[in-house]
Design a protein around this ligand. Structure first.
Ligand code: SF4
Length: 210
């Protein structure tokens, strides 16, 4: 059944307010670093760490030049700090080598950077450069499937489905609101359908969900 995207967006707004990200950043590079650090870590903890980190490291070159052990210590509270430090140094090196240290403002180009991928490229370019992007993280994938906006499971196919279902000017707000919805209401463990305004028109609910 065709979904009423305008109504879905309106109700998402009603439930979650203004679309927002909970990571702190002031430019594209900071958002790249915060995104890497946010894997398996709360945004709150990432923000506590990046407060000092972004004062110490301001350019891609700063991350490349930093001794690995020092960077590891600086990001240790976010967990998996060895792998994260390696990933940050590798991304920074590629940005420096191929893009003069800048974060490309094109999703397809940025997604080619090793360790970035389409999810992060859509999010970072979308937010930092205010360009339309569909972010397919675990929440967006799950909630879109439950509502019935996609029957696919792979993130790239889901991205394609959502790009055609949602008007381009709403790609970013839609993505950000769906992330909040997946985090706070339509959770992986147990969707809180009684509290959800999307019940009408939701495939999961109409098939006897909670
Ligand atoms: S009705 Fe339930 S399954 Fe459907 S979007 Fe809302 S919380 Fe998720």
């Amino acid at each position: 059944m065709k979904k009423d995207i305008a109504s879905i967006l309106r109700k998402l707004h009603q439930m979650h307010g203004e679309p927002r990200v909970e990571l702190s950043y002031t430019n594209a590079l900071e958002l790249v670093i915060a995104t890497v650090l946010s894997a398996q870590c709360t945004d709150e903890r990432v923000n506590a760490v990046t407060k000092g980190l972004f004062k110490k490291y301001r350019t891609a070159e700063d991350y490349v030049k930093a001794p690995g052990a020092e960077l590891e210590e600086d990001i240790r509270p976010t967990g998996f700090y060895r792998n994260k430090a390696k990933a940050i140094k590798s991304i920074a090196a590629e940005l420096l080598q191929k893009f003069d240290g800048a974060v490309p403002d094109d999703i397809d180009t940025f997604a080619t950077v090793k360790g970035i991928g389409r999810k992060s490229a859509n999010m970072i370019v979308g937010l930092a450069y205010k360009k339309p992007g569909i972010i397919v993280d675990t929440h967006v994938a799950r909630v879109s499937g439950r509502i019935g906006l996609t029957a696919n499971r792979g993130p790239e196919k889901i991205e394609t489905d959502l790009r055609s279902a949602v008007p381009m000017e709403s790609w970013m707000p839609f993505s950000l609101l769906m992330i909040l919805h997946g985090r706070y209401i339509c959770t992986a463990k147990k969707p809180d359908c009684p509290r959800c305004l999307l019940r009408e028109g939701c495939d999961y609910y109409s098939m006897g969900g909670t």
